[in-house]
Ligand binder design. Structure first.
Ligand code: NAX
Length: 330
């Protein structure tokens, strides 16, 4: 048996946590031979800590063979001590009357403290995936406050958008979802994200050739993917949780296993200026992994339609960055 991997999850008693923890402990994230120790971080609030205790009892009651320990805590130093992965899920949801700027400031402050605590306590190889919204900018805040931790080890999640896009394309084409590949989400995890159907493929043929219906692709498809989160809230009365947890599992698996030949996956990483995107923004790109390290796929052709969509989502990220300028570290 391998040495256990330590995985911190913030917001562990929340909705996404309730789906995510059990998938990790069952081996879905790191495979059937990799034991894990879960560091479950919540706010120091009686209700949250009681809920967390209940979740720990349920994890115990699963008798997962791979689960070698649980560290439930509201202390960031204990929470991030020696962790190899930090999954930053916890954040305050947007409430009625709250402006985006208020949400950015409120949640941003959470990520300054967590970034610093990761730098102080985590294992050298720690990789951090931010899920809590606005996730790209929260990841930027955590990354710039985690002095000494390489920027390459920070990510924000756009995999749920990729999975949503793949299913919509498969439905339209009447094929299995596994037939869809090369589905890149560009930019921000927000309503400006760009699901790039031009470069996506169905059984290795360009999506526009297979689907043909250009207006559906340019309008309905993009809008459905961009608005899917809102549609789920409307239907369920709650935001997506199980599908979000599934996307966390997919993101970590994609980063830790070699990407299939010719394919790519979507994750926001710190821009090095690729595709002309401002350096330092957390921007979702098509990415490949060799199982240990990742790289942005650099030769993806972009037409004027795609360039305009990418410029719009970049502009939004620049604006978010300017709104949290006082929270950015190095
Ligand atoms: P919940 O409100 O159910 O749970 C959030 C949990 O985080 C709560 O238990 C709360 O006590 C805890 N929390 C708040 N501040 C914390 C802090 N400073 N430290 C530790 N824990 C803290 O939300 P849930 O549905 O689980 O969603 C969590 C976040 O994921 C939200 O910000 C949400 O917007 C975001 N999402 C991101 C997605 C993505 O694709 N990137 C998709 C799903 C989801 O909307």
């Amino acid at each position: 048996m391998n040495t256990p991997i330590r995985v911190a999850i913030t917001g562990a008693a929340g909705q996404i946590g309730y789906s995510l923890l059990f998938r990790i402990a069952s081996g879905a994230m790191f495979g059937p031979n990799q034991p894990v120790i879960l560091h479950l971080i919540e706010i120091p609030d009686e209700k949250a800590m009681n809920a967390l205790q209940g979740v720990c009892m349920e994890l115990d009651d699963c008798a997962f063979p791979l689960l070698k320990g649980i560290v439930p805590t509201s202390d960031l130093d204990a929470g991030f001590q020696g962790v190899n992965w930090a999954l930053l899920v916890g954040a305050v949801p947007r409430k009625a009357g709250m402006e985006r700027k208020d949400l950015l400031g409120l949640n941003g402050r959470i990520f300054t403290g967590q970034g610093r605590a990761i730098a102080r306590n985590a294992a050298k190889d720690v990789r951090t995936l931010v899920v809590g919204n606005p996730c790209n900018t929260n990841a930027l805040i955590a990354m710039t406050n985690a002095a000494g931790v390489p920027a390459r080890q920070f990510f924000a999640m756009t995999m749920l958008d990729e999975n949503r896009a793949k299913t919509q394309l498969a439905r339209k084409a009447g094929v299995e979802v596994t037939a869809v590949s090369n589905m890149a989400i560009w930019g921000n995890h927000s309503a400006t994200m760009y699901p790039d159907f031009f470069n996506a493929r169905i059984t290795n043929r360009p999506v526009p050739d297979v689907i043909g219906h250009r207006e559906w692709l340019e309008k309905d498809f993009i809008a459905t993917v961009q608005q899917r989160g809102a549609a789920i809230i409307k239907a369920r009365g709650l935001s997506s949780a199980a599908s979000a947890a599934n996307a966390v599992v997919d993101t970590v698996r994609n980063l830790t296993t070699p990407t299939r030949e010719g394919d790519w996956f979507s994750v926001a990483v710190c821009s090095d200026g690729s595709y002309g995107i401002e350096k330092g923004l957390m921007f979702s790109y098509p990415v490949r992994s060799n199982g240990k390290d990742w790289s942005v796929v650099l030769d993806v052709p972009l037409n004027d339609f795609s360039k305009a969509k990418i410029a719009a989502t970049e502009a939004e990220l620049k604006e978010e960055k300017s709104m949290v300028a006082d929270l950015l570290g190095k």
